[in-house]
Design a protein around this ligand. Structure first.
Ligand code: PLP
Length: 426
């Protein structure tokens, strides 16, 4: 435990972050746990912690929350949920899930290789494979579990995995679990990947994301594919933020670039554009069959709830039958991007529905978040460890469910609050 004087030194919040409490100096595990909690309490009561506030409504365009100050806040304009196509609360999706609850009950009560596989799972897998134009698909109970299971399922100690420096935590954790050697290349930099692949022998896997989750930029897939093929490396793409959204038919960034067959292993999640939860892997039948035996995060974990599978399947059918929803999202993206640019706001390299609003200053971002909240906008700050230190930002998730008025209000309010905080707008 730290003395009182040391606890007050935890202010301001930004003098410390999660990296300070990863290792502790004492001999007891609780030495680190207690020290972290002293910091956390100081940050929380000091107003520097505005996360984990419970929503009391669906994650639609307008939400209600219980604030950390104990107040119920209604009518907030939500730009923080990944409900890109509005499917999380679409009536057709809710009705399918309710029907499935009545048929199957709540959970699967077993893993997929034993008693936890239901007909609705097989239907969902077949529908995703057909949509993605792949031979086969298998599902996981989250996107995180999918990355863990796919990467550690196919890579072994002695192999080499090449990761973009901005890779999502689930990709990094999958690589760690596989025990393969991991080499990072500079973000979206095929020339750096080329240098790093050169001379590496044995089994090689390059993993990229379709749309990067913190910056909203597209993967430079054509160059990455060229370089990977030149060195005989296999390629995996995580389309968590791009499947069902990008590409002429919504099949993702690989479709956008016409490179679906050049990529060996396709991964995605149901928790974003389809508004549910769960992850999937798609590819040839042999790959999927192998995964179903060797992806331990799937094998040894309870299957996706049948009712969620039914809801996700309904969402997939709905967006396939109504491509205008996706087109509407892209119109919203273009309009908000234009408004933010006109206001001189720095949105980094984004060219998607994931739109960073760069603040950079780790200390200021919390106060700005609070001001936005006071003006009716639910937009959460993103700081280390989700992004590097000094790269604090807000990350707007644009949805097809947002109206023009809501986009205009958001752009105007964000610009005003940033200016007031002295964040330079270009
Ligand atoms: C790129 C990427 N991959 C995987 C995941 C994990 O997906 P899920 O939240 O559905 O588990 C995320 C989640 O945000 C992500 O951004």
């Amino acid at each position: 435990m730290l003395p009182e004087t040391a606890v007050s030194a935890f202010h301001p919040f930004t003098n410390y972050d999660f990296s300070n409490f990863y290792f502790g100096s004492g001999d007891d595990v609780y030495d680190t746990i207690h020290t972290y909690n002293q910091w956390f309490e100081a940050a929380y009561t000091g107003g520097y912690h505005i996360y984990r506030e419970p929503l009391t409504t669906a994650p639609g365009a307008i939400i209600s929350i219980h604030s950390n100050q104990g107040k119920r806040l209604d009518g907030l304009l939500n730009f923080s949920s990944y409900n890109y196509l509005g499917m999380a609360n679409a009536p057709v999706v809710k009705e399918a899930a309710i029907r499935a609850i009545n048929q199957y009950g709540l959970g699967a009560s077993g893993g997929p290789n034993l008693s936890g596989m239901f007909d609705i799972h097989r239907e969902l897998e077949a529908a995703v494979a057909a949509f993605k134009k792949k031979e086969a698909c298998t599902t996981f109970n989250s996107g995180y579990a999918a990355n863990l299971g796919i990467i550690s399922g196919i890579m072994r100690s002695g192999d080499t995995i090449f990761l973009d420096q901005y890779s999502h935590a689930s990709i990094i954790d999958g690589a760690i679990l596989s025990k393969a050697k991991t080499i990072f290349f500079r973000h979206n930099n095929a020339a750096d990947l080329d240098r790093k692949l050169a001379g590496v022998t044995g089994r090689k896997l390059v993993i990229v994301e379709g749309v990067y989750s913190m910056d909203g930029d597209f993967c430079k897939l054509p160059e990455i594919v060229d370089v990977s093929k030149k060195h005989g490396a296999r390629i995996m793409i995580d389309e968590a933020h791009s499947a069902f959204v990008c590409g002429e038919n919504g099949r993702g960034v690989a479709e956008h670039f016409g490179l679906e067959d050049a990529v060996d292993f396709h991964m995605g999640t149901f928790s974003k554009a389809l508004g549910g939860i769960g992850g999937y892997a798609c590819g040839d039948r042999g790959f999927i069959q192998y995964l179903e035996a060797y992806a331990r995060s799937r094998f040894f974990s309870c299957t996706l709830p049948p009712a969620v599978s039914a809801g996700v399947l309904a969402a997939l059918n709905h967006i396939e039958a109504n491509p205008e929803i996706r087109l509407h999202l892209w119109r919203n993206v273009a309009y908000l991007q234009k408004l933010l640019q006109e206001a001189g706001i720095d949105t980094g390299q984004s060219n998607s529905q994931v739109m960073p609003v760069m603040v950079y200053d780790d200390a200021k971002v919390f106060g700005i978040a609070q001001n936005l909240r006071d003006q009716g906008i639910f937009l959460q700050p993103v700081t280390y460890p989700a992004v590097s230190k000094g790269k604090a930002r807000f990350r707007l998730s644009v949805s097809a469910a947002h109206t023009i008025d809501q986009l205009e209000y958001a752009a105007q309010t964000i610009a005003g609050v940033l200016k007031e905080a002295g964040i330079p707008c270009k």
